[in-house]
Design a protein around this ligand. Structure first.
Ligand code: ADP
Length: 400
């Protein structure tokens, strides 16, 4: 059975075709600049040259049509006909409180997703457009929505409620939702295999550290708290997002500095975080090079804040769960930045965490590598995330 995984952004679309008989990824691709000039598709198939198509794509339906054509392309594709695609799994950012698990998409689901667009105005609308475009082109193929928020629906009320007037929750659904759920679910499941335990029997802290950052306390396989909140702006410092700050800073910027709401929004989402502190950029490799080559003090500060905030959260979530057995680092920075892991994990022996600095500095993580010492009570791993495989598994489970 082959499952196509689709992740639709506002002007881009990532896809992957996965053979579920052996969980092998058959093709991966990216379509960029949908609806704007210079549209381009790039597809990779094992053992074949990279396939690049530059052609105007006026909307997501055009883009998905091109994806399907590329997958069945005689020379560059991997399947003979679209009929080989048994199901499509769509990554959807927001499933509100209604969806605590993945769901087979029907008209009612699409209506609900439209409703949740209020909560995720940048993300849900392109997700819905992608679903509708796929439905138009493959009307008989079952489709499943896999939500970024679903995994976190197990959080207790005390963790997800903000201390605001209760009506804002009841009427406007303002609460912590949490994101990156597919990734947290995947790596918390994987780490259990590494330590030969059932996921139900361990307490794990999962640190998803990419452009977006979220850390989750996973107790017995269930998310019990997470750092991202009502939106993905909450929590730990990120590439260009501030993470949690004193909310009174917003009022100060508006009242004292004359910022408009849109300017505040852009400041917190696009000009803060590592970029704001360092003045260099959002890409961690640029920060690293500024530290290593120029001794840049603001780049160093950005790194220090980053490691410090991750450490603080690990401490908090160990407290929340009454201990921790395993910690996982994943996503671009989590997988490739020993500097952040070192900052987050040193001087944590009091919690039973002993980092092995030599193992930590290895870049060869393979399917996963341990970075804690043999004597460490808490086992720490770096595990590459695989949200696409998780989406495909969820899809298969529901359509089987
Ligand atoms: P997204 O949240 O967009 O999916 P990723 O998980 O791809 O993000 O992570 C992107 C981040 O990972 C960027 O800051 C990038 O600099 C960082 N990154 C990727 N590769 C490396 C590397 N080899 N060393 C350090 N940082 C890296």
């Amino acid at each position: 059975m082959k499952v196509l995984v689709i992740n639709c952004g506002s002007s881009s679309l990532k896809y992957q075709l996965i053979d579920m008989s052996n969980e092998e990824s058959l093709a991966q691709g990216l379509v960029e600049r949908i609806g704007i000039s210079g549209s381009i598709l790039t597809q990779k198939v094992e053992g074949k040259d990279k396939y690049v198509v530059e052609t105007p794509l006026k909307d997501h339906q055009d883009a998905i049509e091109l994806v399907l054509k590329s997958l069945v392309d005689e020379k560059h594709g991997i399947i003979k006909s679209m009929d080989e695609i048994s199901a499509v799994g769509h990554r959807v950012v927001h499933g509100g409180e209604k969806y605590a698990t993945s769901v087979v998409i029907d008209e009612e689901v699409i209506k609900a997703l439209e409703e949740f667009s209020k909560l995720a105005p940048l993300h849900n609308p392109p997700n819905i457009i992608g679903i509708n475009a796929c439905k138009a082109l493959m009307p008989k193929t079952p489709m499943v929505a896999v939500f970024d928020t679903a995994f976190h629906q197990t959080m207790p009320e005390k963790a997800f409620m903000y201390p605001l007037p209760y009506e804002l929750y009841r009427e406007d659904h303002i609460r912590r939702y949490g994101f990156h759920g597919t990734s947290h679910m995947y790596v918390s499941g994987e780490v259990a295999k590494f330590v030969n335990k059932n996921v139900k029997d361990i307490k794990t802290i999962t640190c998803h550290i990419g452009n977006g950052v979220s850390i989750t306390a996973v107790n017995g396989g269930e998310s019990v708290d997470t750092t991202m909140g009502f939106t993905p702006l909450d929590g730990v410092i990120m590439g260009s997002r501030s993470g949690s700050i004193d909310p009174a800073i917003v009022t100060y910027l508006v009242k004292e500095k004359g910022y408009s709401i849109d300017e505040v929004d852009s400041l917190l989402n696009k000009k803060s975080g590592v970029l704001g502190v360092s003045g260099i950029g959002t890409d961690f490799r640029d920060i690293r090079s500024a530290v290593e080559n120029d001794n840049n003090p603001r780049a160093l500060l950005a790194m220090d804040i980053f490691g410090y905030q991750v450490k603080k959260q690990i401490g908090a979530y160990a407290a929340v769960m009454g201990g921790v057995d395993t910690i996982v680092f994943t996503a671009g920075i989590g997988e490739h930045a020993p500097e952040i892991r070192e900052r987050a994990l040193t001087n944590m022996e009091f919690l039973g965490i002993e980092i092995d600095l030599e193992k930590n500095s290895s870049h060869n993580i393979g399917d996963g590598m341990e970075i804690s010492k043999e004597s460490s009570k808490v086992k720490v791993f770096v595990i590459p995330t695989n949200e696409e495989l998780m989406i495909a598994k969820e899809t298969l489970d529901l359509v089987k």
